[in-house]
Every structure is written in structure tokens, then in C-alpha cells.
Design a protein around this ligand. Structure first.
Ligand code: ZN
Length: 488
């Protein structure tokens, strides 16, 4: 197996990846809070961890990839204050909260599918794990790292920090954390501003509520990832991913909860992707540059000069290293569109792989490209460098002087890296592309049967086939070269 290096946020160094169980990888990634359409900020972690998932599998690992759906407990102002984001949407739209969850979960899945992201192995929902969350809170209380206050349970950060290190992931000290938080206003049930909710008491008007030993309430947002990570990947697992904006407080709290409830930090490698900016600005609803993925794919937003295909967006994301910021602009997307079409054209140019040629050794020049592409991918998933080397191959392909073994070797490289790892595909391929292929095959059989009927002068049968197809919207035309068909 090729060695893989990952930058671990916890140690702040690039480390050789060694899984806990040989040949197996457990990976957890924080998924969306499903109260609105997926936007550019979801596309980046979606694509980043999809490439890591695909790369690990291509390297030969068996991977269990867990990505959660947050459907309760994510309040408007971080974890502890304000209305639940989903409950608010449900109130405004006069829907049951789980209708909001269902609708936006499906929209999220569709956006990820269009972007070429494979489904995770398990996609657990927070609301489906209330019992497990209550059990974990009991353990944290028993360990002395949480307290009850007016029907809510809070994590005692100061006490935890005396025994352990709150801030180990983000590098923040407790004092620095205090500066960033609002002072308690006297209304709060917390002992200190940096304490965070494990369980919140539900006020009478709060609709998403569950019974607990401390009264009716709902879990705090940070808790679900500790609990579902443990449930599906074990006390300790290999990789935890998410956006850099989740590092503090979300992931910091996750580590504290893990240590307090089960005596281990839980995660070996923390991987964080950087943010997308738009024309150099942070994306935000108030700035008018908040672009959802459906808007992006349809070109329907005032900041967009055109529509961009999902594969262009995917390629654009892959052109930056996941730890760098990525600035979105129409010019950058248009450049990505051109680059992608050059890459895909070269891939097509290679034609089908000839296995007898693929067994021969390629030239030193082509072998160097192949090695450089893999080295880049295994060096902290350096997709921009890998793509740069793929373009070295594009130059050779377009030069048209490749030997048969070189062509075969590059075809294997493109199939494996461009297709399997980077997940780039012909626009519209995937599920619908498969359906198109299947329809083509089926139509071949049907038209053959009709041809046979006509040869036997069985006009009734031939017309029956034609009319039945017409009722499905398929028009058959007889030409000199035989029958052709079109779908309305
Ligand atoms: Zn999370």
C-alpha cells in the first residue's frame, strides 16, 4: 500500500497515516444542518471528503464513512442560544420540523449526487440518537464534568480544563475563549460563559422535545457527533473531518465530551478543510453573495454571469488544496470550465485500454508523470499538484506521438485518478447516464423485434410496437438505414 500523509490539526504536523485496524479506516465527517438548500460552503467539504474516501478505497482500505445529518439542537446563536434552526424554518413555513428535515435532506443528497459525491456508508440523524445522547450525558455527569441548572445540563469547561486541556485542538486558551464570548446576562443558567449545553430544557413553546431524567428538552448540538461517532466507529477511530469553522467550538467540545464520557479523545487524525470566499469576501446572507448549489447550477443569482455545471464546480474545488482558502469568482469558474474540458477531451482521446499494451512498461517520461500524480495525492491530498501533473500528460496526449504502452498506461492513470479518485465524469453521467445506456440497450432489442415482425409482414405487430412506444413518448421513424427512435 502506498504511504499516505495527512496534516493532523491536533498535532499541527503532516503525519504518516496509520489506521487503528490494519486495512480498515473509520472516518466521520460533520454533515449539514438541514434547514435550507446546500450552498458553496457545503460543496467544499462534500467534495474534499469524497476525494479522501475515494482515495483511501483506491489505496486498498476498507472504509466506513459516517456523515451525520443535524436535524435538532443547532440553535441560531452557536449551540446554546436562540431558536432551533429547523424549528424556526418549520414555524415560518407552517410545517412539521421533520417535513423540513426530509425536504432539505433530499435536496442535499441531490446536490451531492450531481457533484459526483458518493454516499457515505452511514448517515445517522441526531434526532434518531436521543437515547444514546442522554446516556452519554449521564456518563459526563457521573464523571463530574457537567452540572444541572434549571432543567438544562451544561459542560463544566473550567473543571475539565483543570484536569485536561480544553483548547488542545484549536490552540485557544480559556482566557482567549472568554474574550470571544458574551458575558452572562443574569438570565443564563450557565456558571461560566464558555460552558456549553449538553441538554437544553424545552420552553413550553419549543416543539422539538424529548423526555429525559432532567425533564423535557433536547440535546446540545456538539453532543451528537461525539455520540454517533462512538456508536458507529467505536471509542477511538481514525479520521474526523469538517470545515475549519467547526474546529472551535464544535470539535473542541467534541474532544472534551469524548474524554469526559469515555476517557479518550476518540479521534486520531483531525482533518479540516478551509473556507470558500466570494470575490475575496466571506459568504453571508447579509452580503448578498450567498449562493446555493441549485442557483449555481442554474445560473440564477445576480452574482453569476452564467450557469456552472456540477462537474465544473467540483473541478474548481479540486484546483485548490483543501487547507487553502478558495476564492469563488465568475472568472475562476470559467477558467475551471475550460481546464476541465481540456482534461476530459484528452481522457477521451486515449480510447479504450488495450490490456496487452498496459502490461508493458511505459517510458520513463510517462512513468514520472504517473508517480508524480500519486505522490501528490498521497501528500496530504494535494489535488492541485496532481492536476498540474495530469496536464503534463494532456500535453503529451495532444502531441499525438504516444507509444501504445504509454497510451495504455496513461489511460489506466486517467481511469483511476481522474475517474475513481477525483470523481470527475462526463456531465450528466452517473445514475441518469446509466439509465440512458440501459434505455439504448432496451430500444435495440425492441426495434429488432419490430424489424422481425416487418420481415414476416406482420404489420399489426409492427404497428402495435410503434404505437406502444409512442404512448411512452418514443417516436420511431423508418429510414433507409433502418428504424431510428427519439425520446420527447
Ligand atoms: Zn459535528
Amino acid at each position: 500500500m502506498r504511504p499516505l500523509y495527512l496534516t493532523n490539526t491536533l498535532t499541527r504536523t503532516k503525519e504518516l497515516f496509520k489506521p487503528i485496524h490494519e486495512g480498515h479506516v473509520g472516518m466521520y465527517v460533520c454533515g449539514p444542518t438541514v434547514y435550507g438548500d446546500a450552498h458553496l460552503g457545503h460543496a467544499r467539504p462534500g467534495v474534499t471528503y469524497d476525494v479522501l474516501f475515494r482515495l483511501l478505497k483506491e489505496l486498498g482500505y476498507k472504509v466506513r464513512y459516517v456523515r451525520n445529518i443535524t436535524d435538532v439542537g443547532h440553535l441560531e446563536h452557536d449551540a446554546d442560544e436562540g431558536e432551533d434552526k429547523i424549528a424556526k424554518k418549520a414555524r415560518l413555513e407552517e410545517l412539521e420540523p421533520m417535513e423540513v428535515v426530509q425536504y432539505y435532506t433530499e435536496r442535499y443528497h441531490e446536490a451531492m449526487r450531481l457533484l459526483g459525491c458518493q454516499s457515505p456508508s452511514i448517515e445517522p440523524r441526531a434526532s434518531g440518537h436521543i437515547i444514546e445522547q442522554i446516556e452519554t450525558i449521564k456518563k459526563i455527569l457521573a464523571a463530574g464534568y457537567a452540572y444541572e441548572s434549571n432543567g438544562s445540563i451544561y459542560f463544566d469547561v473550567q473543571k475539565y480544563n483543570r484536569d485536561h486541556n480544553y483548547g488542545i485542538l484549536s490552540g485557544r486558551t480559556l482566557e482567549a475563549t472568554l474574550e470571544g464570548t458574551r458575558s452572562l446576562d443574569g438570565q443564563s443558567d450557565k456558571r461560566a460563559p464558555y460552558d456549553f449545553a449538553l441538554w437544553k430544557k424545552a420552553e413550553p413553546e419549543h416543539i422539538m422535545r424529548w423526555p429525559s431524567p432532567w425533564g423535557d428538552g433536547f440535546p446540545g448540538w456538539h453532543l451528537e457527533c461525539s455520540v454517533m461517532g462512538e456508536k458507529y466507529l467505536g471509542y477511538e477511530f481514525d479520521i474526523h473531518g469538517g470545515g475549519m469553522d467547526l474546529m472551535f467550538p464544535h470539535h473542541e467540545c467534541e474532544i472534551a465530551q469524548n474524554v469526559a464520557s469515555r476517557g479518550t479523545r476518540g479521534v486520531h487524525y483531525w482533518v479540516h478543510n478551509n473556507m470558500i470566499t466570494i470575490n475575496g469576501q466571506k459568504m453571508g446572507k447579509s452580503l448578498g453573495n450567498f449562493i446555493t448549489l441549485p442557483q449555481l447550477f442554474a445560473g440564477e443569482h445576480e452574482k453569476l454571469t452564467q450557469a456552472y455545471t456540477p462537474m465544473t464546480v467540483r473541478f474548481f474545488i479540486l484546483q485548490a488544496h483543501y487547507r487553502s482558502t478558495l476564492d469563488f469568482s465568475n472568472e475562476a469558474l470559467q477558467a475551471a470550465e475550460k481546464g476541465l474540458s481540456r482534461l476530459m477531451a484528452a481522457w477521451k482521446e486515449l480510447g479504450p485500454v488495450i490490456s496487452s499494451e498496459a502490461e508493458k512498461s511505459p517510458s520513463a517520461e510517462v512513468q514520472a508523470i504517473i508517480d508524480a500524480v500519486w505522490d501528490a495525492l498521497c501528500d496530504d491530498i494535494n489535488t492541485p499538484i496532481a492536476i498540474a501533473h495530469l496536464f503534463d500528460a494532456v500535453k503529451l496526449i495532444n502531441g499525438g506521438k504516444l507509444s501504445a504502452p504509454d497510451k495504455a498506461a496513461l489511460k489506466v492513470l486517467f481511469d483511476t485518478v481522474v475517474g475513481n479518485v477525483l470523481g470527475l465524469q462526463e456531465e450528466g453521467a452517473g445514475a441518469s447516464g446509466k439509465a440512458d445506456k440501459a434505455l439504448e440497450g432496451v430500444m435495440g432489442l425492441v426495434l429488432e423485434a419490430r424489424k422481425k415482425a416487418r420481415e414476416e409482414k406482420n404489420w399489426a405487430e409492427s404497428d402495435r410496437i410503434r404505437d406502444t412506444l409512442a404512448s411512452f413518448g418514443i417516436t420511431v421513424k423508418d429510414t433507409k438505414e433502418g428504424a431510428t427512435w427519439t425520446l420527447e
